[in-house]
Design a protein around this ligand. Structure first.
Ligand SMILES: *Cc1c(COP(=O)(O)O)cnc(C)c1O
Length: 356
C-alpha cells in the first residue's frame, strides 16, 4: 500500500552522531544547545526573528492564545484540521466559524467580519494547504475592530508571500512540526511572534511560567518545551529541506499536469512562493469522490479526506455551506519526498479510470 504521507527520515548515522552527543553531555531538555541551534537555523532559513520552539503544534496555538490574552469568542475557519478549533475549546474559548472562499478555500474576511460580536477577541485564519490567507484584509479587520490575529500556519512552513515569510504575519503565526508535516521534529511546534516581549513571555510560559528557572512570573505556566532529541531530528531534517521541497514540487506538478481537466484545484495566491505540503483535488460530487477512493484503494493507494467533515458540523455553531460542500468533495492524494514518480502516474491513471 502506498500511504498518503510518509514521515521524512534523515540519514541514520547523522542522527546517531547527535544522539552520541546527548549521551556524552546528558543534557536532554530544558533549553539545551540543540534546541538553541535549531531555533537559530530555522530563523535564518525562514527569515524570522522571534521564533519559539514548542512541544507540538496544538500546544503552540494554545500558548499563543494565552500569551495574547484571548477570551470569549474567536472567529476561525471551519475548513481545517480539528486542532484549529479544539485548541480553542480546550482553553474555554468558543470557536465561531465563518465560511470560506470557495476558490482559495481560506477563511473569507467579509464573512469573518460579519461574525464579529461583542465577545469576539481574535481571528484565527488558517493558510489552508499552505495557501496564504488574505492577510491584508485580516490585518485591516483586526486593527479596525481591536482584535488579536493569530494564524494557524501549520501547512505553511517555508511559504513566502509577496517576497517575505508568511509567518511574519499577525500577532503570532503557529507552525506544526509533526512527523507528517513537510518539516518535522517527530512531534513539535513553533510560534513566530511579531512582538519580542510576547516571545519572551511565551518562553517563560512554556517553562512552567518560571523566569530564568527561579521566581514565578506573572504568567500562568505549562510545560511546553521541545526536547533535545526532537531538536536533533529537526537539525537532520533541516539539512535535507531543499531535497524535500524539490521532491514534493516535482510530484505535485506531475499530479497537476496529469489531472488537468479531470479534477478541480485550490486557487493559489499568485504572490505565493514555497513548497507544496499536500496534493488536494476536488471532485464534482461526494459520490464521485467515493468512487475514486475505492478505485485507489483497490490499486494499492491510500488517500485521505483531509479535511472532512467541515468543523461547523462538529461544534454545532454556525452553518458554513461552502466549507461543507468543499469538505464533501476534496481528497488528498499521496505526496511525500521519496515517492516514486511512477507511482504518481499510476495514481493519476486510477483517478481517471474511476472518473471515466
Ligand atoms: C497538524 C495541524 C495542527 C496540529 O499540530 P500538531 O503538531 O499535530 O499538534 C493544527 N492545525 C493544522 C491546520 C494542522 O494541520
Amino acid at each position: 500500500m502506498i500511504p498518503v504521507t510518509r514521515p521524512y527520515l534523515p540519514e541514520r548515522r547523522k542522527l546517531d552522531r547527535y544522539i552520541d552527543g546527548l549521551y556524552d553531555n546528558a543534557r536532554l531538555t530544558n533549553g539545551g544547545p540543540l534546541v538553541e541551534e535549531l531555533t537559530q537555523r530555522l530563523q535564518e532559513y525562514l527569515g524570522l526573528s522571534n521564533l519559539l520552539l514548542v512541544a507540538n503544534g496544538t500546544l503552540a496555538l494554545q500558548v499563543a492564545y494565552r500569551v495574547l490574552g484571548l477570551s470569549g469568542e474567536v472567529l476561525t475557519s471551519p475548513f481545517s484540521f480539528v486542532a484549529s478549533a479544539s485548541s480553542l475549546s480546550w482553553l474555554g474559548l468558543k470557536p465561531v466559524f465563518a465560511d470560506i472562499d470557495r476558490a482559495t478555500l481560506n477563511l473569507c474576511p467579509h464573512r469573518a467580519a460579519a461574525g464579529i460580536g461583542p465577545r469576539t477577541s481574535a481571528i484565527v485564519p488558517v493558510h489552508v494547504y499552505g495557501n496564504p490567507a488574505d492577510c491584508e484584509a485580516f490585518e485591516r479587520l483586526a486593527v479596525d475592530r481591536g482584535l488579536k490575529l493569530v494564524y494557524d500556519a501549520a501547512h505553511a512552513f517555508g511559504v513566502r508571500h509577496r517576497g517575505s515569510s508568511v509567518l511574519r504575519r499577525g500577532d503570532a503565526s503557529v507552525l506544526s512540526l509533526h512527523a507528517t508535516k513537510l518539516f518535522h521534529t517527530v512531534e513539535g511546534g513553533a510560534i513566530s511572534f511579531r512582538d519580542p516581549a510576547l516571545h519572551h513571555a511565551a518562553r517563560e510560559m512554556i517553562h512552567f511560567g518560571l523566569s530564568r528557572g527561579e521566581a514565578a512570573s506573572e504568567w500562568v505556566g505549562i510545560n511546553g518545551k521541545m526536547s533535545e532529541f526532537h531538536a536533533a531530528m529537526g537539525l537532520c531534517v533541516l539539512d535535507d529541506i531543499d531535497f524535500i521541497c524539490e521532491q514534493r514540487a516535482m510530484l505535485w506538478r506531475r499530479y497537476r499536469q496529469g489531472l488537468n481537466g479531470w479534477v478541480g484545484f485550490q486557487q493559489r495566491s499568485p504572490d505565493r512562493e514555497g513548497p507544496d505540503s499536500y496534493a488536494p483535488v476536488l471532485f464534482r460530487s461526494e459520490s464521485e469522490l467515493q468512487r475514486v477512493v475505492r478505485r485507489l484503494q483497490a490499486r494499492g493507494y491510500q488517500s485521505r479526506r483531509y479535511f472532512h467533515p467541515s468543523l461547523d458540523t462538529l461544534y454545532g455553531n454556525g452553518r458554513c455551506e461552502h466549507s461543507r460542500d468543499v469538505a464533501n468533495r476534496i481528497l488528498c492524494l499521496p505526496l511525500y519526498a521519496g515517492l516514486d514518480p511512477q507511482e504518481v502516474d499510476r495514481c493519476i491513471e486510477a483517478v481517471k479510470g474511476a472518473l471515466a
